[in-house]
Design a protein around this ligand. Structure first.
Ligand code: PGA
Length: 262
C-alpha cells in the first residue's frame, strides 16, 4: 500500500480528539445543554482539543442548530451499508451528512455483537461513509477470550484486512479506534503498555498492508476512558485521542474529561 509514512505519526497532530458516543442515551433537551457546556470550554475554544459528538441520529440536526463554528463536530453512530432502497429503519450515510454529521462510527463492537455486523458489512459501511463525505471511524477490538488465547493481533489483523476489500475508489481518510471489548463499559481500561503495543501493531499493519487508507490516519483508544484516567492516557505516544461512551453522556462528566485531558 502506498501510504504516506508521515501520515502515520501522531506527533505531527498535537491536538487530542475526544469522540463522544452517547449510544442509546440522551434527549433533545440534553443535546442543547451538553453542546452549550462543552463548546464554551477554553480547552476547545483554544484549539487544544477537538470534540466529535455522536448523539442518536435523530438529534443530529438539533445538535447542529446549537453548534457554533468549528469547535465541535458531529458524527453518526452507525450508517446503512446501502445507499437507498427498501431497508426499513435504516439511515444512509448521505442522510447523516445532510443532517450535519461529518464522521461515522463504523463497526462498533455493539453493532457487530448485538446486530450481527460482519467484516464485509463494515467494509460496505466504510465505503458508503466515504462516498457521502463522512470520515469513517472504524472500531476494532478483541474479546476477553481472544485476549486470553493470545489472539489479539490476528483478530485485529482480520478486522483491518477486510477494509482492503473495498470495491470502489480508495478511501482517502480513515480513522481506527482500538476498543478492546473486555474494557468497554467495565470501568477497567487497558493498561498503558497494552495500548502502546496494540497501537504500534495497528500502525505497522496499516503501513504495510494493501488497504486503502492513505492520508490523515488517526488512531484512537476506547474502553472505560474517563476524567480519572484521561491525563495518564493522554500522554500515550501514537494515540491521537479517545472514543468515550459512558463518561461522555453527562455534560459535567464530559467537561471534567476535557479538562483532565489537556
Ligand atoms: P465506554 O464505551 O467508554 O463506556 O467504555 C466506549 C465505547 O463503547 O465506545
Amino acid at each position: 500500500m502506498s501510504i504516506n509514512q508521515n501520515s502515520l505519526s501522531s506527533a505531527v497532530h498535537p491536538r487530542k480528539i475526544l469522540i463522544a458516543n452517547w449510544k442509546l442515551h440522551g434527549s433533545g433537551s440534553h443535546v442543547e445543554r451538553w453542546v452549550q457546556a462543552v463548546q464554551t470550554l477554553e480547552e476547545i475554544r483554544s484549539g487544544q482539543m477537538q470534540v466529535i459528538l455522536c448523539p442518536p441520529a435523530i438529534w443530529l440536526e438539533r445538535a447542529r442548530g446549537y453548534v457554533q463554528g468549528e469547535r465541535l463536530a458531529l458524527g453518526v453512530q452507525n450508517v446503512s451499508a446501502q445507499s437507498e432502497g427498501s431497508f426499513t429503519g435504516e439511515i444512509s450515510a448521505a442522510m447523516a451528512f445532510e443532517a450535519g454529521a461529518r464522521y461515522a462510527l463504523v463497526g462498533h463492537s455493539e453493532r457487530r455483537r448485538l446486530f450481527g455486523e460482519t467484516d464485509q458489512m463494515v467494509a460496505a459501511k466504510v465505503e458508503q461513509s466515504a462516498q457521502a463525505g463522512l470520515i469513517p471511524i472504524v472500531c476494532i477490538g478483541e474479546t476477553a477470550e481472544e485476549k486470553r488465547a493470545g489472539q489479539t493481533e490476528p483478530v485485529l489483523a482480520r478486522q483491518l484486512e477486510c477494509l482492503g476489500a473495498l470495491h470502489g475508489e480508495p478511501v482517502s481518510t480513515l480513522w481506527i479506534a482500538y476498543e478492546p471489548i473486555w474494557s468497554i463499559g467495565t470501568g477497567i481500561p487497558a493498561e498503558a503498555g497494552n495500548i502502546l503495543a496494540v497501537a504500534a501493531f495497528i500502525r505497522a499493519h496499516v503501513a504495510s498492508s494493501d488497504a486503502t487508507m492513505r492520508n490523515q490516519f488517526r488512531l484512537f483508544y476506547g474502553g472505560s476512558v474517563g476524567a480519572g484516567n484521561a491525563a495518564a492516557l493522554g500522554t500515550l505516544e501514537g494515540v491521537d485521542g479517545f472514543l468515550v461512551g459512558g463518561a461522555s453522556v453527562e455534560a459535567d462528566s464530559m467537561v471534567a474529561l476535557c479538562r483532565a485531558l489537556v
